[in-house]
Design a protein around this ligand. Sequence first.
Ligand SMILES: NC(=O)c1ccc[n+]([C@@H]2O[C@H](COP(=O)([O-])OP(=O)(O)OC[C@H]3O[C@@H](n4cnc5c(N)ncnc54)[C@H](OP(=O)(O)O)[C@@H]3O)[C@@H](O)[C@H]2O)c1
Length: 294
Amino acid sequence: MPAPRILILGATGGLGRALHRHFAVNFETITWGRADLDFERPDSIAAKLASQKFDVLLNAAGMTSPDVCEIEPERALLANVVAPQILAECCQARGARMIHFSTDYVFGAEARDLWFETDETVPVNVYGRTKLAGEQAVLKASPGALVARVSWLFGPHKPSHPDNIIQRALQTDDLSAVADKISVPTSNADICGWIEQLIVRHPTTCGVLHLCNSGVASWHSWAEAALTIAARLEVPVKTTTVQPIELACLTQLKAPRPLMTVMSNAKLQSLLGGEIRNWYDALEEYLVQKYQPQ
Ligand SMILES: NC(=O)c1ccc[n+]([C@@H]2O[C@H](COP(=O)([O-])OP(=O)(O)OC[C@H]3O[C@@H](n4cnc5c(N)ncnc54)[C@H](OP(=O)(O)O)[C@@H]3O)[C@@H](O)[C@H]2O)c1
């Protein structure tokens, strides 16, 4: 059987770029950014999709900043709910599979150590509410779609928390990070590998699936881990110690943030049949590639 043709949306974003780089090696890929398909122009979506052949649609596009979503909820609704629903309707009509990325921020109103796919979702901000509504709209329009919830992404295509803290530590030893907000840092590269397996080996898996590395972290422990690895790689950081602060100290945030959004990856693990590596190991691999490329 020929390899499926893969259409990647959000191709200018961190995950979208990683997906493109990964799938371009062995698959025919088509990559669209906002310039190719603007989710805030929903009337254009069906015709644009109809003009393109594809078998699998990976939707990594959306309004991803909680603070922007909070102050622009109508735009968030278009990007995170209306457009994904139309995409799902188009996929359903042509028999294509849609894999739609969502977030751990669908949880959080309640403090709980671990969240499973079957748990009730109660988001605390506009971003989480629109992403949840997007999940529901996609699965209603295309019951064979897969909603892949991911958390705290990192990787080479867009600076994230570890990159930012290392950059700051090159300038100063006066660093702080939130210690009472807990989730699972997750490697974009690992997500690409899981998605490939889900496409090739599990073409009928549908519904909600948590895609995250193993282990848990706070923004604080994630920051100290990144600095410790960087120091070992002889990156001239001024410190590996970060002052722990509470989320409540970040008064500049426009959107409330959930505190406890650790997702279980047990379903992913049993589906793929192997250990999902710890976020620390994935972070170490990423930083070695970044600072000691072969
Ligand atoms: N990053 C994380 O830590 C994290 C955590 C949990 C879940 N997620 C989810 O993972 C997915 C990918 O996240 P990411 O971090 O890779 O996102 P990202 O870097 O912010 O990229 C978002 C992509 O969506 C595009 N986009 C935004 N508004 C659009 C619009 N109106 N029309 C068309 N395209 C639009 C962006 O295009 P422009 O470049 O033109 O803006 C960009 O290509 C998202 O579903 C996100 O909710 C991410």
